[in-house]
Structures are given as structure tokens and as C-alpha cells.
Design a protein around this ligand. Structure first.
Ligand code: DX5
Length: 230
């Protein structure tokens, strides 16, 4: 299991905002900032209105990084691609509850494949949809934007959804937020119970990525002095 154990606050750069032409260098830069995990946004142009990349890019990056690979499947048929992403080097795989009729079976399949499992819900999806599956997942992803593109605004109403999910899963499960995470919104999300913060443009659009990550850690730490922010 390479997903950091619950109890620390982790910043997770999303490579969707990175320069694909020099991705290994971009990832090495954030790795030097001490992050433990990076996220790959897999988009199929069907479940979300955008196409990103697939297993070949994840496989190409695997030899270049020791980080944990968090793969978010924003695709209509996640089950069909589990093996390909596990072979490519994924450590954690998140599927969207809106795309899967038998989520418990898929979680079981992910665990049998040797990766940790996550379930994601879109802004319009009620927490009730994950009540039965969330207890079996190592992480729950609360989308804080409508998925498909980086650089969007954080949806403030999602703060309360994070609180609901924290109430549902308890302290041992990670809660991830994704979309519009910045030095302003990261402390809000952590204050509501999130501990895994995906950030794309806030990190990769910065000239100095290490400083951008340090600033986000600082913003969280000053809002929540008791927390261990990684
Ligand atoms: C959006 C993706 C996010 C996105 C985050 O659908 O899931 O991971 O890359 O980018 P920012 O941090 O720029 O909102």
C-alpha cells in the first residue's frame, strides 16, 4: 500500500496542468518538494467533456518517479481498464460512483489487483450514493469542480459535502478534494475534514513549484496548527 496512511495532510500535484512535453522533469520538480503522490486524470471524452491520456503515459512515467501514482478514472467503463492501469504502475485507483453499478465488486477487484481503492462523487451527486461502498475504500474523492478541466473555481458548497463524508467514513479513511485547490481554498477544505489535496494549476502554473507547494502547506498549517502537513 503506497497511499499515505490517514493522519497527515498530503498535497497531490495533478499532472493535467503540467507541460506534457517535459513531464518527467516536471514530476521530478514536485518530487523534490517532498510530495508523496501525484495524480493522473484519465478522461475519455464521454463521462467528461475532455480527453486526456491513458495507460501508456502512466507506464512511461513509472520508471522516472518513486512517487505513489494516484489514477482517477473519469471514464464511463472503469472496470475494463483496471488491469491496464495496474500494469502501467498505478498504486491507487479511483473510479466515479456515477459510472459503476456494482461498486463493491469493483473495489474488491482493485484490492485483489494489489492497489488501494477510491470512490469519487461529482458535485451534483449526493453522499447517499456512496454510503455502502465508502467504508471499503481507502479514500473518498469529493470533486470540488465539475470534472473535465483544470483551472476552474472551487465550488464553496462542496465544503459541507466534505463534512458529510468525514462524518460517514470516520478518521481512518482519506478524503481527497480536487478542483480549484489553492492557498485560499486548501485551508477551507482541510478545516472541513479533507486530508488529501489535489492541485493542478496552483502548482504547475507557478514559476517555482516548490515554493507554490510550500505556500500551500504554510496556508494549511497556519489555519490548522495541530495538523501534520506533508
Ligand atoms: C479536473 C481534474 C483535476 C484538475 C485540477 O477534472 O480532476 O484534477 O486537474 O486542476 P486545478 O487544480 O487547476 O483545478
Amino acid at each position: 500500500m503506497r497511499l499515505p496512511k490517514a493522519g497527515t495532510v498530503e498535497i497531490v500535484p495533478s499532472v493535467l496542468a503540467a507541460d506534457f512535453g517535459r513531464l518527467a522533469t516536471e514530476v521530478a520538480e514536485v518530487e523534490a518538494a517532498g510530495v508523496k503522490m501525484i495524480q493522473f486524470d484519465i478522461m475519455d471524452g464521454h463521462f467528461v467533456p475532455n480527453i486526456s491520456f491513458g495507460p501508456p503515459l502512466v507506464a512511461a512515467m513509472r520508471p522516472h518517479s518513486l512517487l505513489a501514482f494516484d489514477v482517477q478514472l473519469m471514464i464511463s467503463n472503469p472496470r475494463q481498464y483496471v488491469d491496464a492501469f495496474v500494469k502501467a504502475g498505478a498504486d491507487h485507483i479511483t473510479f466515479h460512483i456515477e459510472t459503476e453499478d456494482e461498486p463493491l465488486e469493483l473495489v474488491d477487484e482493485l484490492h485483489k489487483a494489489g492497489v488501494t481503492a477510491g470512490v469519487a462523487l461529482n458535485p451534483e451527486t449526493d453522499v447517499l450514493r456512496i454510503v455502502n461502498v465508502a467504508p471499503y475504500c481507502e479514500m473518498v474523492l469529493v470533486m470540488t469542480v465539475h470534472p473535465g478541466f483544470g483551472g476552474q473555481e472551487f465550488i464553496p458548497e462542496m465544503a459541507d459535502k466534505v463534512r458529510q463524508v468525514r462524518g460517514l467514513v470516520g478518521p481512518a479513511t482519506r478524503i481527497q478534494v480536487d478542483g480549484g485547490i489553492s492557498v485560499d481554498t486548501a485551508p477551507i477544505a482541510v478545516g472541513c475534514g479533507a486530508d488529501t489535496l489535489v492541485a493542478g494549476s496552483a502548482i504547475f502554473s507557478a514559476k517555482d513549484r516548490c515554493a507554490a507547494i510550500a505556500d500551500m502547506r504554510e496556508a494549511i498549517a497556519s489555519a490548522q496548527p495541530s495538523l501534520a502537513v506533508q
